[in-house]
Ligand binder design. Structure first.
Ligand SMILES: *Cc1c(COP(=O)(O)O)cnc(C)c1O
Length: 394
């Protein structure tokens, strides 16, 4: 499938019609697979936690879409991220992590891996000098998101890869730290970090890739067979594998990733432009706006600017919460990347585990609002937001 366009590969990669000619991958619930004799399997599968046919469809599909050799589906995005941390880190290692990580990716480092003797420095990865300053000889992993959650900062992926190779390689015995990107917010349709030089991509398939808010799943993709082997070892031993039904849902949802993303991007841009001129809106964070500080690098490395928009209202925490309770088309809920539009307030919702100091350090104001712009008609979405703001703020 390598030479075909994305829209074709998203429908066909990872699966060949079986002996019945079934065009849709069958859900294969079998946990165990037979032996001919104690030393000879009937086929290639042995036990489902190790590998099974429905999961292999997703493994192959996500590898293809990310442009990598080895894909691995997990029970959740966090299971994939935890597997990456576990596969790469040991006691005494140091991590350079992006400063606006997804809350649980941050918490795993500060509250779990820290207790195993792993040290972490959070750095502004949009600033390559800050990345260079943070890297030490014992840095084993450089891990970041772009665009970030929820401020949609965009880091120069190829730039970070280059800095990590130079800074990490000089005195270290290895050829520098593993560089990993969480590609959840962009999806492989908008951005392919492996082509920009990263060692491994992790992502939540729960979001854009499956796209219908009906399955929790995640993945890792790499071109490095040793790293994939290490991820497989963690996956098999820790056991965070997705069910065959979950894999079926991911593969079904992914068939429409490209057209969904095009609509998400088109709607998000129109909403960002409209809100940017709204008197009750203090500022809008959207990489597609010329005013966004990382607009140029986003235009360079992404196909389009994504479906997430954040904004600060000229309002208190309580007034902001009241606006969120007023929307009718935008559902007040966490998560993102589904066809339905969602609205949320990071301070009391997705980022509630961060202390006030951590929120401030991450630049998250109490009146910050995050939109996951869906694929409804954009006029209905804009009218819904404007009416909720008008009702509360006048
Ligand atoms: C949702 C999300 C995750 C975690 O994925 P789950 O599938 O919910 O475990 C990780 N990173 C980012 C950026 C996310 O949005």
């Amino acid at each position: 499938m390598d030479d075909r366009e994305f829209e074709t590969r998203q429908i066909h990669a990872g699966y060949e019609p079986n002996e019945h000619g079934a065009l849709v991958p069958p859900i294969s619930p079998s946990v165990t697979f037979g032996y001919e004799s104690p030393t000879e399997m009937v086929g290639e599968y042995r036990y489902a936690r190790m590998s099974e046919p429905t999961r292999e469809v997703v493994d192959g599909l996500i590898a293809d879409l990310e442009g990598g050799a080895h894909g691995r589906a997990f029970a959740s995005g966090m299971a994939a991220i935890n597997a990456l941390y576990t596969a790469v880190l040991s006691a005494g290692d140091h991590v350079v992590a992006g400063q606006n990580l997804y809350a649980e990716s941050h918490t795993l480092l500060t509250r779990v891996f820290s207790t195993f003797g792993v040290d972490v420095t959070f750095a502004d990865t949009t600033d390559l000098d800050a990345v260079a300053d943070a890297i030490r000889p014992e840095t084993a992993l450089v891990y970041f998101e772009t665009p970030t959650n929820p401020l949609l900062s965009v880091s120069d992926i190829a730039g970070v890869v280059e800095v990590a190779a130079v800074e990490g390689g000089e005195d270290a015995e290895t050829d520098g730290p593993v560089v990993a990107v969480d590609n959840t917010f962009a999806s492989p349709y908008l951005q392919r970090p492996l082509a920009l030089g990263v060692d491994v991509v992790v992502e939540s398939l729960t979001k854009y890739v499956s796209g219908h808010s009906d399955v929790v799943a995640g993945a890792t993709v790499t071109n490095d067979p040793d790293l994939d082997e290490a991820l497989a070892f963690v996956q098999y031993n820790q056991g965070a594998t997705p069910s065959p039904f979950d894999c079926f849902l991911v593969a079904r949802g992914a068939k429409t990733l490209a057209p969904r993303m095009r609509t998400h991007c088109e709607n998000a841009r129109a909403i960002a432009e409209r809100l940017d001129e709204h008197p009750a809106v203090e500022c809008v964070y959207y990489p597609g706006l010329d005013s966004h500080p990382n607009h140029d690098v986003a235009a360079e490395q992404m196909r389009d600017f994504g479906g997430m928009v954040s904004l600060e209202l000229d309002a208190t925490l309580e007034e902001t919460s009241a606006v969120l309770s007023e929307t009718e088309v935008f559902a007040l809920a966490e998560s993102l990347g589904g066809v339905e539009s969602l609205i949320e307030q990071p301070a009391p919702m997705t980022h509630q585990d961060l202390t006030a100091d951590e929120l401030a350090a991450a630049g998250l104001s109490e009146s910050l609002v995050r939109l996951s712009v869906g694929t409804e008609h954009v006029d209905d979405l804009i009218a819904d937001l404007e009416s909720a703001i008008e009702t509360v703020l006048g």
